[in-house]
Design a protein around this ligand. Structure first.
Ligand SMILES: CC(C)(COP(=O)(O)OP(=O)(O)OC[C@H]1O[C@@H](n2cnc3c(N)ncnc32)[C@H](O)[C@@H]1OP(=O)(O)O)[C@@H](O)C(=O)NCCC(=O)NCCS
Length: 328
């Protein structure tokens, strides 16, 4: 069976920065609370004319340029997002046209903050099946479009960004090792955007009731996430006969610094083995994993041959973890 490796990575972060002091002027919050409870100092916000596909295209182009691959060589594009430009056509179609990926098929994947890990898992299996040679996985979210900036419980948490990874056949001993993904719909009400779908179609009432924004039971999500992040990482490592000490780097979804620190502590990993960049970007949903990976590569923490563990929990609930041996 062919091996699947991550061969390139590209990201896009919009230039506008929204700081905690900006938020202090919008809602009843303060920098000390946000830093202590979540660990976010600033997040980036897309310009009004920029949609998710625009950021996805930038990230895709950056990844392809890094590897010197032409978009026409792509076999498939998977866009992991909860903020598509529109319900349909899919963001994958819009990206395919813009980058000129004439030979690719593709689709959008909805798994919220676990989306990128589900996308990586899917792409790895396409490549390992031998049916695909080049699959582009993009995590892109314009969370600012579905955030209620009058709700202090949620508006401090999220930012906008996109990231892309190219998955290709690799050599024995590098690339994809395994995954552990789960969904648990009993948590569906804990984090959701209630209106705009077939259950509660858009109406004057849904807009007036602010139902097109993210609603979150923060403590319920926190409790689930803090338990599941640890359990999933541990179970995946156990499955492959590995221990946390074997892992060079844990690259977790960036939702709350305390969740990340607790996961590392329970795994017995030092913070040197973990990437935390939530302070600069907030929770960018589908984009946190590629963005954190980019920062890991940039600061020299992730090198060829290193064992990397990706992990996330998201709305749904969705849970996912992947083990890869970094290949470039
Ligand atoms: C959202 C979250 C940061 C809130 O932190 P928390 O410690 O659970 O805080 P609570 O919701 O218990 O609120 C504690 C108090 O702070 C207040 N508070 C909430 N947001 C605030 C803010 N932005 N600024 C100041 N105070 C705030 C609450 O109103 C509450 O006040 P009260 O005690 O007077 O009622 C935290 O629950 C969390 O990170 N949850 C998981 C989020 C997550 O992972 N989401 C994405 C999944 S992918």
């Amino acid at each position: 069976m062919p091996v699947a490796k991550i061969s390139a990575l590209g990201c896009y972060v919009p230039p506008r920065v929204l700081t905690n002091s900006d938020l202090e002027k919008m809602v009843d919050t303060n920098n000390a609370w946000i830093m202590q409870r979540v660990g976010i100092a600033e997040r980036h916000i897309a310009a009004p004319e920029v949609a998710t596909s625009d950021m996805a295209v930038e990230a895709a182009r950056a990844a392809l340029a890094q590897r010197g691959v032409d978009a026409s060589e792509l076999d498939a594009i998977i866009v992991c997002t909860v903020t598509p430009d529109m319900f349909f056509p899919s963001t994958a179609c819009l990206v395919q046209e813009r980058i000129g990926a004439k030979g690719a098929w593709g689709f959008d994947l909805i798994a919220a903050c676990s989306g990128f890990i589900y996308g990586l898992t899917t792409a790895a299996h396409f490549v390992m099946a031998g049916t695909h040679k080049k699959v582009l996985v993009i995590g892109a979210d314009t969370m600012s479009r579905i955030i209620d900036y009058t709700d202090r419980n949620t508006c401090i948490l999220f930012g906008d960004a996109a990231g892309a990874m190219l998955i290709e056949p690799g050599e024995e001993g590098e690339g994809f090792i395994g995954f552990l993904n789960e969904i648990d719909g009993s948590g569906a009400d804990a984090l959701k955007m209630p209106a705009g779908g077939s259950r509660l179609p858009s109406s004057v009432e849904t807009v007036q009731q602010r139902l097109h924004y993210v609603k979150q039971e923060g403590q319920q999500v926190y409790k689930f996430a803090v338990t599941k992040m640890y359990e999933t990482c541990k179970a995946l490592l156990d499955r492959h006969g590995l221990t946390p000490a074997d892992v060079k780097l844990l690259i977790p979804h960036q939702a709350n610094k305390r969740i990340i620190e607790s996961t590392a502590e329970r795994l017995g990993m030092s913070l040197e083995q973990v990437i935390i960049n939530i302070d600069h970007y907030g929770n960018t949903t589908g984009a946190t994993i590629p963005l954190a990976t980019r920062d890991a590569v940039r600061c020299g923490k992730l090198k060829r041959g290193d064992l990397v563990l990706f992990a996330a929990v998201g709305a749904g609930f969705t849970v996912g973890a992947n083990l890869w041996r970094w290949a470039y």
